[in-house]
Design a protein around this ligand. Structure first.
Ligand SMILES: *Cc1c(COP(=O)(O)O)cnc(C)c1O
Ligand SMILES: [Zn+2]
Length: 398
């Protein structure tokens, strides 16, 4: 057993899976998908008091520089080594010129492009593929707008599992090449992401593939939540005033919100939470629309458009949880046009030296919009999340 692969707690504090819609409990010793009664995502629950009693935040020093430093809050049993490529522990960069231009006191960027596969989705994949190994699943499938695919292919390759990916044919070409190189079987679908979902569900029925798509199973969210844990540790356990997150499925945002609750229950942080700003592209803004009209569910966007592949989803099982987190945090949701996203990509590259993807640049475009609307005060401490590398999209700036 490699020492670097993670800390082993003596006991697992993972207690159960509970439906986020109807609270029905599900056993976690076999594979689970979504709630069989109401279709909502299942959430992992921990004995957070017991975690707090057995580990203090000082104990994290000297642990692995990856998401597995938070292993006490993750669902893997102590006897198993995780499937890891050193995901997480990404740089938090203080920006310089851009905040001066916007007259902001403090602007930071969490650079998730430094993850394996160059996107924050590596976090969730590390945990979900580790759980798949524990549960003896041998064939995993994914539908992806593009960005989850490369980390999925990387972790399944590392675990020695068979992988099948369905992507729309307009997904970034470098992603396709990376997946092929990593040995995944890729099927490019002519239609929308819905067609990809159909393809994966058929493969599940016919060939016994287990679906690892967003919210189709409960464990990617657990990996994604480590982004919230890391932000707390990055700021020495005093969370910032705003976290600006570009999304559509909402796994990152819901994960962070869950993480902060668990950290507070375990005594790692106090009551203070950041306000969350959810940023979408104008061509796929179902959550923004629902937030603005006070709905608790979002309508499906049937033909999502926009330059940011990671923001072209149009339908999420997490809509209700996203909207709840935005309201509870006192946050907001804004939509930005492609032109503002591309300008923000250029500005981050040329003023800050950061190759942000359009999804990540959308968070800067969203900040600018929120400042215009008076949602954010210039004295507040603000964090942008760059969820992906700009290299896949350098042609947009040219
Ligand atoms: C998937 C993705 C997002 C948004 O994902 P959520 O499910 O909303 O958390 C943002 N940026 C990139 C690059 C992505 O791949
Ligand atoms: Zn339910």
């Amino acid at each position: 057993m490699k020492k670097s692969s993670g800390v082993k707690p003596q006991v697992s504090h993972f207690k159960k899976l509970t439906c986020s819609g109807c609270s029905k409990a599900y056993p976690h010793n076999r594979p689970q998908t979504v709630c069989q009664t109401c279709g909502a995502p299942l959430l992992a629950e921990y004995d957070t008091r017991a975690i707090g009693a057995s580990v203090k935040r000082e104990d994290l020093r000297g642990r692995p520089a990856s998401i597995w430093r938070y292993r006490d809050f993750l669902p893997l049993p102590p006897t198993l080594d995780p499937v890891t490529l050193h995901e997480g522990f990404t740089p938090l960069v203080r920006l310089g010129r851009e905040p001066r231009r916007l007259k902001l006191d403090e602007l930071w960027l969490k650079d998730e492009s430094k993850n394996p596969g160059f996107t924050f989705k590596a976090r969730g994949m590390s945990v979900a593929v580790s759980k798949a190994v524990e549960l003896k699943l041998e064939r995993l499938a994914l539908r992806s707008a593009g960005n989850a695919a490369a980390p999925f292919a990387a972790y399944t390759a590392r675990a020695g599992l068979r992988s099948l990916i369905a992507m729309p044919k307009d997904a970034p070409e470098l992603t396709l090449l990376a997946c092929e190189m990593l040995g995944a079987r890729v099927s490019l679908q002519r239609g929308s992401l819905e067609d990809c979902t159909q393809f994966v569900q058929t493969a599940a029925l016919k060939d016994g593939y287990f679906d690892l798509s967003s919210f189709a199973e409960p464990y990617r969210l657990e990996g994604d939540k480590t982004l919230g844990m890391e932000l707390a540790e990055d700021f020495n356990w005093e969370l910032p005033d705003w976290v600006i997150y570009p999304g559509d499925g909402g796994m990152g945002l819901i994960g962070m919100w869950k993480a902060w609750r668990e950290l507070e229950e375990a005594g790692f942080i106090g009551k203070k939470r950041p306000k969350l700003l959810f940023v979408q592209g104008e061509g796929c803004a179902g959550i923004v629309k629902a937030f603005q009209s006070g709905e608790d569910r979002a309508e499906t966007v049937t033909t999502p458009t926009g330059v940011a592949a990671g923001l072209r989803v149009g339908k999420t099982l997490g809509d209700n949880l996203i909207l709840r987190a935005l309201h509870e945090s006192g946050g907001a949701a804004v939509a930005v046009p492609d032109s503002a996203i591309i300008n923000a990509m250029k500005d981050l590259a040329r003023s800050e030296g950061i190759l942000a993807a359009p999804e990540g640049a959308a968070s800067l475009a969203g900040l600018r919009r929120a400042l215009e609307q008076g949602l954010i005060k210039r004295s507040e401490r603000i964090v942008l999340v760059n969820t992906n590398t700009g290299l896949k999209y350098a042609n947009l700036v040219r």
